[in-house]
Design a protein around this ligand. Structure first.
Ligand code: TXA
Ligand code: MG
Length: 331
């Protein structure tokens, strides 16, 4: 299949493709999504094929507003969902609610709940409005790879698999939405993301954290994720006195080591195989996935990521590094 890149000013072919049950990759404020008509079961199944996504991992439905969410919800909207939507929509916040049974089983992966969010990116909103229905969309990467934050990264993974990629440049947030299960009391954080846990808590009060034990609540969180070809080694503190000797030791085991770290970058990294995460969590969120993809193209034999913070978006950054990592070095 030939893949065509579209400008955000020329969305008509993408809307027609969605109406015809085909897949379109498009920018959101978080990461690029791989969209299908969320009411068309066959189209939604194509998403799983194109990504190589496990069948038991449900999709997020993208809508314009709260009335559209209510139409997808079985029964009344939980108070926590209403409050979160009021505070953060449109934006990087996904709510999980009881699902209207009309929603295709492929979207829900057979669950009786559904995840819904309203993106703020104008191109995403134009596509939803043009289709006139919810768009089902996971991140537009091959399953297990880092989420794409620009059209080039989508191209790497999806060229030849889908008819259209809408190019909206580099995404604003850089990692995925925060997912909050509003079917529990208190609501449960299933995935940290573009809206910090402190912000969520300021709206709904208490928030439970999905534990690593018991049944997996956000099915997607159980797989290794965001992973490049090279093994990823997470150094879990940023203190240079701990990082420098650990890096020196790793550099002996991995002669072509690459490093991703907050500024200032640690010394002793060779051959330009290094990327900066900047000085704060917002910048790090914006840069992380692109840094992983760029360094992987240099074919390193290992990628070290140095990260410690859990403040604000730091929790989401840490979560993604944890998922990508094959090894954690506790410093
Ligand atoms: O920012 C984002 O959320 C991006 C953009 C494209 O909107 N989308 C995204 O989708 O990250 P995806 O499929 O990569 O991640 C969706 C997450 C997965 O962890 C999935 O298991 C969880 O949401 N999820 C979806 N439906 C769910 C449900 N009914 N109950 C619990 N978790 C659900
Ligand atoms: Mg994903």
């Amino acid at each position: 299949m030939e893949t065509i890149i579209l400008d955000t000013g020329d969305l008509a072919p993408a809307v027609e493709a969605l109406k015809a049950g085909q897949l379109v990759a498009f920018p959101t404020e978080t990461v690029y999504g791989l969209g299908a008509d969320g009411t068309n079961a066959a189209a939604c199944r194509r998403i799983f094929e194109a990504k190589g996504r496990p069948q038991d991992n449900p999709l997020i439905l993208h809508v314009l507003d709260k009335p559209a969410l209510m139409a997808l919800t079985l029964g009344p909207l939980p108070a926590a969902a209403a409050a979160l939507v009021e505070a953060f929509w449109p934006g990087p916040l996904t709510v999980v609610v009881r699902a209207n049974p009309d929603i295709p089983g492929a979207v829900r992966a057979g669950l009786d709940t559904v995840a819904v969010r309203s993106p703020s990116h104008p191109a995403a909103r134009d596509l939803i409005a043009g289709l006139g229905r919810p768009i089902a969309a996971p991140s537009a990467n091959l399953s297990g790879r880092p989420s794409p934050t620009d059209a080039g990264a989508v191209w790497e993974d999806m060229a030849g698999r889908i008819p259209y990629i809408v190019d909206g440049g580099s995404t604003h947030v850089g990692l995925e939405s925060t997912v909050v299960d509003c079917t529990t009391t208190p609501p449960t954080l299933l995935r940290p993301g573009g809206i910090g846990l402190d912000m969520v808590a300021s709206v709904v009060g208490e928030v439970a954290q999905a534990s690593g034990h018991g049944p997996v609540r956000a099915p997607g969180m159980k797989y290794r994720h965001y992973a490049p070809e090279a093994p990823v080694i997470w150094l879990d503190r940023i203190d240079p006195e701990a990082v420098q000797p650990a890096l020196a030791e790793l550099a002996r085991d991995y002669p072509k080591l690459a490093v991703i770290a907050p500024e200032p970058l640690p010394q002793a990294v060779l051959g330009g195989r290094q990327r900066s995460l900047g000085q704060d969590a917002v910048t790090a969120a914006h840069r992380l996935f692109q840094a992983i993809r760029q360094l992987d193209q240099l074919k390193p034999d290992g990628i070290v990521i140095v990260w410690e913070s859990e403040d604000g978006l730091g929790l989401a950054v840490k979560n993604r590094i944890e998922k990508a990592a094959t090894t954690r070095v506790r410093l």
